[in-house]
Design a protein around this ligand. Sequence first.
Ligand SMILES: *Cc1c(COP(=O)(O)O)cnc(C)c1O
Length: 388
Amino acid sequence: MTPTQGKFPLKAFTRLETPFYYYDLDVLRQTLTTLKNEAQKNRVNVHYAIKANANPRILSMIQMYGLGIDCVSGGEIRAALKAGVPADKIVFAGVGKSDWEINLALEAGIFCFNVESLPELEVIAQLAAARSVTAPVALRINPDVQADTHHYIATGMKENKFGINLGDVDAVIDRALSLPQIRLVGLHFHIGSQILEMNNFAGLCSRVNEIQDRLARRNLMVEHINLGGGLGVDYHHPDQAAVPDFAEYFSTIRRMLRLRPGQSLHVEPGRSVVAQCGSLISKVLYVKQGSARKFAILDAGMTELIRPALYQAYHKIENISSDEDAEKYDVVGPICESSDCFGKEVTLNRVRRGDYIAVRSAGAYGETMSSNYNLRPTPKSYFSDDLI
Ligand SMILES: *Cc1c(COP(=O)(O)O)cnc(C)c1O
């Protein structure tokens, strides 16, 4: 028996149709408890980035811990409100907000719009005027800071589409201050995702300090600084490192960032909150001997978990129903795409048809990114509390 086998209720799994997402709610509770404690200790306001996982059961648990929500669409705002999150804890980011989404957010009375361009600012002002309300706005600034992560998930360098370029910030601030429907309340940043180098966050803080100094020379100060999300998780050690090091992350930004008196600090973690509690569970359909390698062909594919195909992401893969000697397999799905591969030369306990395979650390950007390509059904989800 490998140590992980005891982590999964295999007997209960045999009653369920694969593939499905399995969420270990104890891991989620531990993560949320640590996150909440460390946030309180460091006086950080947390808005969970709902795009990482919007499963209603997960959301209701996150809501119980009192976190706010970071949304990037009208649908996400609706999901957050439905989960019982107070509107004044919701932030709304995104480079392309539609009019209906802006109207929805204005009507709900959210905490803040994270505004990514001058034309967006103008539209929000117009829509707010039409409703005779004011819109609380933080400007999302592209800090031109390097993040050591896959280039598809780096967002804070000047060639990225996100945020307002440093050179344009003064003009956008001037415009915001001139619009009576806009209340400029904050500055927002987000440099990317799956960041494990605390230096990257320290670099962001230095840049924020420079920007704040520039504003201070104009006698300007905003109410809050929002550093976005991005804290990474250890995909190689889902059990040993189940709870991310929020203490180190918060203490780094607290130490590096020079907040002004009365200014509040906000963050938007997504992945680090939910990645480790989720596993994609599938069954082996066939073991196929190729000319050079052996394939384990699963009943789950990129339609359930697209991260390996989209970002060449690594996930730990385990055969949870075998204790036979290890062999190497290319672990692939059934989808008609060559990129539908979870891992090459993966060491697994000897695989046979019908074995259960767990793809670990799949709680973030797994279920939310699933698709119906090849007309496959939307994956179901099950929770440790219900399966004993
Ligand atoms: C995606 C995103 C997040 C969350 O990122 P994680 O890496 O999952 O923590 C936070 N803020 C914004 C603006 C985002 O786009």
